[in-house]
Design a protein around this ligand. Structure first.
Ligand code: SF4
Length: 367
């Protein structure tokens, strides 16, 4: 079809002139490309660049990653969120080392069997690192195709996804998948942006249905979002001689293996008092608390993908129970840590917000 060949031609010539020189674009190393693709899921490119460099600096080869303790990977990942990605990278690296002689497979179907690699990431690695003729379909590609081809159905619906994948497959120039895939994604990131697409400078404006029909800002269709629930958490900053008590989250759950201040979610009609009582029960064998004040010191908000939390922070002085603590130290479940010595401990994003609030409080009091 003429419009498909025009789309390809104009897009590729625009990409040659206009693409950003990102560090993962100057390599064909499958390991580096895999890391970049996982990092960029749910992460902005500018943020991704510094993490990519730091990550490869710390774990330059697949073998380094497979042999590293998960703590050190989470520590490099700290601040990026969606920590399941880091744990899946680690698991996949171990599988690749043990079952694939440390080599990354080129076939998308095989890649998809590894933890943390879905259809998009598999297609990206197979095409960019191995020149396989497979088309990627991420948020940027979806947006560009919905607009350019005037697709007005819900892009999340399985049948629309099939239509979009079919279209992307047909557009893909055989033997040039690495460049083409990156070009469509780059167009979505730089020109055909979610809000205010820059149609006047777009290389495919002459064949774009959304541009011709003034629909660019209305596509792709966005079905109304369900409101996410709000949960209230009470958190205790328990201090003994300048150190705070930290708890390590269950390695298997949400934010698994990260450290945070002890806290509980309020249930039903529970108020701060009940919450503080439950925290006291939780840490009672580790520390004798001198007080848990009635009123929280301050609150912070933190948003996850499926819920939002309001965190009420309570300051309390305590007296450590040394015998119990040594067992928890060995099991890495609780630890007293001075706020200036937190660097080796990967913290949850919410905990970093709480610590900033505590710092600010001290500064305001001149402490
Ligand atoms: Fe997107 Fe506008 Fe280009 Fe169409 S012309 S692909 S809507 S930027």
């Amino acid at each position: 079809m003429k419009s498909r060949s025009l789309f390809r031609k104009r897009l590729l010539s625009w990409y040659r002139e206009s693409h950003r020189p990102l560090p993962w674009r100057s390599t064909r190393d499958p390991y580096s490309i895999w890391i970049s693709e996982v990092l960029l899921q749910q992460t902005r490119v500018n943020t991704g660049v510094s993490y990519y460099e730091r990550f490869l600096d710390r774990f330059p080869t697949l073998s380094d990653l497979a042999e590293a303790p998960i703590e050190s990977i989470l520590q490099v990942w700290q601040g990026l969120g969606y920590y399941g990605r880091a744990r899946n990278l680690h698991r996949a690296a171990r599988i690749l080392k043990e079952e694939f002689r440390g080599e990354i497979p080129a076939e998308p179907e095989v890649l998809e069997r590894l933890p943390g690699i879905g259809p998009y990431t598999a297609a990206a690695i197979a095409s960019i690192a191995f020149d396989k003729d497979v088309a990627v379909l991420d948020g940027n590609v979806t947006r560009v195709l919905c607009r350019a081809y005037g697709i007005e159905d819900d892009p999340k619906h399985p049948s629309t996804r099939r239509t979009l994948q079919g279209l992307a497959d047909k557009l893909l120039p055989k033997g040039n998948a690495a460049i083409f895939n990156q070009a469509v994604m780059e167009l979505g990131a730089l020109v055909c942006k979610p809000a205010r697409p820059e149609c006047p400078v777009c290389p495919v404006k002459g064949i774009c249905v959304a541009h011709a029909t003034n629909m660019a800002e209305r596509l792709p269709l966005r079905p109304p979002r369900a409101r996410i629930p709000l949960r209230v958490r009470v958190v205790a900053a328990i201090e003994v001689r300048g150190r705070l008590l930290f708890k390590r989250r269950d390695p298997e759950g949400l934010l698994g293996g990260l450290w945070e201040l002890p806290g509980v979610y309020l249930e039903g009609r529970e108020g701060n008092k009940e919450g503080c009582r439950r925290i006291r029960k939780q840490v009672g064998s580790l520390v004798t608390l001198q007080c848990i004040p009635e009123r929280s010191q301050f609150s912070v908000k933190h948003v996850y993908s499926h819920f939002e939390e309001s965190i009420r922070v309570f300051l309390c002085k305590g007296k450590s129970v040394a015998k119990e603590m040594s067992r928890h130290r060995a099991e890495q479940t609780y630890r007293w840590i001075h706020p200036t010595r937190l660097a080796p401990y990967p913290l949850t994003g919410a905990t970093r917000k709480v610590l900033r609030g505590l710092e600010q409080g001290k500064a305001e009091q001149g402490g």
